[in-house]
Design a protein around this ligand. Structure first.
Ligand code: CP
Length: 358
């Protein structure tokens, strides 16, 4: 009998922790589950009786609805543990009497009760300290044997990246020779993490695509992520480059993925003891953002992409700021397929790490 190497593993830094072959397996399973769902085949034997706990510290439509629906379609249950309605799980140094509860206690209790814990956390609940959410998820993982699923943190959004890879495979049938451009885009909101762009470029270079990262100065991504992208591109016969030119990124691209993210140069910082030594500089962030209003995707940009090129966005998109209605509702846009694929991607992840019988 073939062993399921995925069983019990955490899906937190998934682009780094899961191999190219494992990503390919999950992409194939996601596509297969999608096909079976379209044929109305029953899938409730896969995770029969298993329980998924979700904790959303931030808003969500797609992730929330697709995890809840996905576990139900696989025969399991979903329990929503909303911070504010439970005692907010917290780490040492952030305790508030009768409002918070130590992560160690929460994780060990949920481990005895259910089968996986899925967490979304970034921005305000992390005091805008880059890496805080990622550490929080890893603290859950330290105390719970059951898998921890990252539903978007401050570093990575790997469930989105898997759905995006499924969408690209569906549209082009291959990753080889496919040119993807992840681009910064203007938005009236700067309260956005770097998780989507970082996960997208990591997953795309892991799959061997030709990846370009385009952004205006001041919106750089994590240097460690960039190092990993160069390594993945070398290992998988793809390529990786960066540019500060919006149009250069779009030229001849098969996939354009223009989306806003906040300037990390303005984020909060802590010292080694965890004490905040620099607070989020909202004014600097706002000025930097407003000086790049021209980074909006219009019909003109779409005319220079590859003739079979597609427009992707994780959503929600800021219409009229990141992108015009004409583009996001246009013939090249695959946003609704991409959002639907969150369901199939999440089912593939849950089926494999929660011990499903496929
Ligand atoms: N893309 C994404 O994660 O959507 P939600 O914020 O609606 O979950």
């Amino acid at each position: 009998m073939k062993t399921n190497n995925f069983l019990g593993r955490d899906w937190i830094d998934a682009e780094l922790d899961f191999s190219k072959e494992e990503w390919e397996t999950l992409i194939d399973i996601g596509l297969e589950l999608k096909k079976l769902h379209a044929l109305k085949q029953d899938q409730t034997h896969i995770l029969k009786g298993k329980t998924l706990f979700t904790m959303f510290f931030n808003r969500s439509l797609r992730t929330r609805s697709t995890f809840a629906t996905g576990i139900q379609q696989l025969g399991g249950f979903h329990v929503s543990l909303e911070p504010g309605k439970t005692y907010t799980p917290t780490t040492k140094g952030y305790d508030i009497p009768y409002k918070t509860e130590r992560i160690s206690d929460v994780a060990m209790i949920l481990d005895r009760v259910g089968d996986a814990i899925a967490i979304r956390m970034y921005g305000e609940p992390t005091y805008w300290i880059y890496g805080f959410a990622n550490q929080t998820m890893k603290e859950f993982a330290k105390y719970a044997e059951i898998p921890i699923i990252n539903m978007e943190g401050d570093k990575y959004h790997p469930t989105q990246a898997l759905a995006d890879m499924i969408t690209i495979k569906e549209k082009f049938g291959t990753f080889k020779g496919i040119k993807l451009t992840m681009s910064w885009a203007y938005s009236g909101s700067i309260a956005k993490p770097r998780a989507v762009p970082q996960s997208t470029i990591l997953a795309a270079t892991k799959m061997g695509m030709d990846v370009t990262l385009a952004y205006p100065e001041g919106f750089e991504l994590d240097t460690k992520v960039i190092e990993h992208c160069r390594k993945f591109a070398n290992e998988n016969n793809g390529s990786f480059k960066t540019t500060n030119d919006f149009n250069e990124g779009f030229k001849d691209a098969h996939v354009v993925y223009p989306k806003s993210w906040g300037p990390v140069s303005c984020f909060s910082y802590v010292d080694k003891s965890g004490k905040v030594i620099k607070k989020y500089d909202h004014e600097k962030a706002r000025k930097l953002n407003e000086s790049n209003k021209s980074w909006i995707t219009t019909k003109k940009q779409m005319e220079i992409i590859h003739k079979d090129g597609i427009y992707m966005h994780c959503l929600p998109a800021d219409r009229g700021q990141e992108v015009t209605d004409e583009v996001i509702d246009g013939k090249n846009s695959v946003i609704i397929d991409e959002a639907e694929n969150r369901l199939h991607a999440h089912k593939a992840i849950m089926a494999m790490i929660m011990g499903g019988r496929l």
